[in-house]
Design a binder for this molecule. Structure first.
Ligand SMILES: *Cc1c(COP(=O)(O)O)cnc(C)c1O
Length: 383
């Protein structure tokens, strides 16, 4: 097989990550909640316009904390898209609650508020909404539904750091939000995440859950004389080496966003004519939202067309992966979740979507991806 020339993703150093790691080591504290964690939390709080931010070791961990904060228990239901990463659903299932999978909108690929209303029952406790490809979901309508039915509204904002909805950043739009700094995301530290909170009442409990169920954070602030076990919890906090690396990236957030958005625009322009001709479909930017250049995808005609595209670009050394396998049809989704109807859009999009390379150092290689992709799309031949 041909050697990979252009990967789908390549993590890179963008600023002072390595210097900050040295500083962290010299500071004498490598466990969590040191200086770099505080710097990261402050920066994330500002970027997301949220009330508070707690660094975690992944978005998965942040979602698990959110599920605990919603007090989910067996018998409870949570509404979420089937077209998402497993962690959105696992967080719910780990509390013994039932993920209720609904369909996405065929234009935005985000959950459809009307489908949310149809799925609400007396057992519903929360909506876990995903901002797919970094484009925020219809949050005003979802917030209204959550208010009417007294549900928690949790944003899985793993892909959406820096995106906005009607001028407000992802992370400020629900009761809580989970972000990811996995190496495939815009801002990265290998494995990392954050939980942001907009309900002041939840902050102290979130700190406790994150610190193994102890009130250690209050102890360090001098608010209690000794710290003890007060609630359920786990170790959800990363060490300072991770926070130091992450802070190096967060400092360059604007430049990272600028570069990715420029790549996004390059792709949009290059494929515009083929979209007009009906050959493919490009990402739809929902009204009132701005993206963060997290992902650029194409929607092909059908699964055969999509798989042939992937194979042909692979033969030219370019990696273009598909994305989620619908969770409602996965073995664990069928066993642990519920799905009250067919999810035709989810099934269809899952078959037809392909993602193009997108990373900080892609630079002029974007032109090579475009050239090969256009050749194949126009002539059925990439060579
Ligand atoms: C990446 C991603 C996650 C998981 O993030 P981790 O930091 O790897 O745990 C969860 N949900 C969505 C929508 C994601 O894209």
């Amino acid at each position: 097989m041909k050697k990979v020339e252009i990967p789908f993703n390549r993590p890179s150093i963008v600023g002072q990550e390595l210097e900050f790691i040295k500083t962290a080591i010299n500071s004498g504290q490598l466990s969590g909640d040191g200086e770099f964690t505080k710097l990261c939390n402050d920066r994330i709080t500002r970027m997301t316009g949220s009330g508070a931010s707690l660094l975690t070791h992944s978005c998965t961990a942040a979602l698990e904390m959110a599920a605990i904060l919603c007090d989910l228990k067996p018998g409870d239901e949570v509404i979420l898209p089937s077209y998402t990463f497993v962690s959105t659903a696992n967080a719910i299932a780990l509390r013994g609650a039932t993920p209720v999978f609904i369909d996405i909108d065929s234009l935005t690929l985000n959950i459809d508020p009307e489908k949310v209303v149809e799925a609400v029952t007396p057992r519903t406790r929360a909506i876990f909404v995903v901002h797919y490809a970094g484009f925020p979901a219809e949050m005003d309508q979802l917030a209204e539904i959550a208010r009417t039915h007294k549900l928690f509204l949790v944003e899985d904002a793993a892909q959406a750091l820096g995106s906005t909805y009607k001028g407000r950043p992802a992370g400020s739009l629900g009761d809580m939000a989970a972000f990811s700094f996995h190496e495939t995301k815009n801002i990265l530290c290998g494995e990392g995440g954050a939980l942001t909170l907009n309900l002041p009442d939840l902050v102290e409990r979130a700190e406790i859950i994150r610190e193994k169920g102890t009130n250690r954070s209050r102890f360090f602030r001098g608010q209690v004389d000794k710290y003890t076990w007060v609630d359920i919890g786990s170790s959800f906090l990363p060490g300072e080496l991770i926070a130091a690396f992450l802070y190096g990236q967060l400092e360059r957030a604007e430049e990272i966003a600028k570069r990715r958005l420029a790549l996004f625009d390059c792709y949009s322009e290059a494929f515009h004519d083929l979209e007009k001709a009906g050959r493919i479909r490009l990402p739809h930017i929902p009204e009132g939202t701005t993206g963060n250049g997290h992902m650029f995808y194409l929607l092909m005609r059908d699964i055969d067309d999509r798989d042939a595209f992937i194979k042909n670009l692979r033969n030219s050394g370019i990696i273009t992966p598909f994305h989620y396998v619908p969770l409602h049809s996965a073995p664990a989704g069928r066993r642990l979740g519920r799905c009250d109807s067919e999810l035709p859009v989810t099934n269809d999009i899952s078959d037809r979507l392909v993602r193009l390379p997108m990373f900080f150092t892609l630079d002029h290689d974007v032109e090579r991806v475009i050239e090969i992709a256009l050749k194949w799309l126009k002539h059925g031949d990439a060579s």
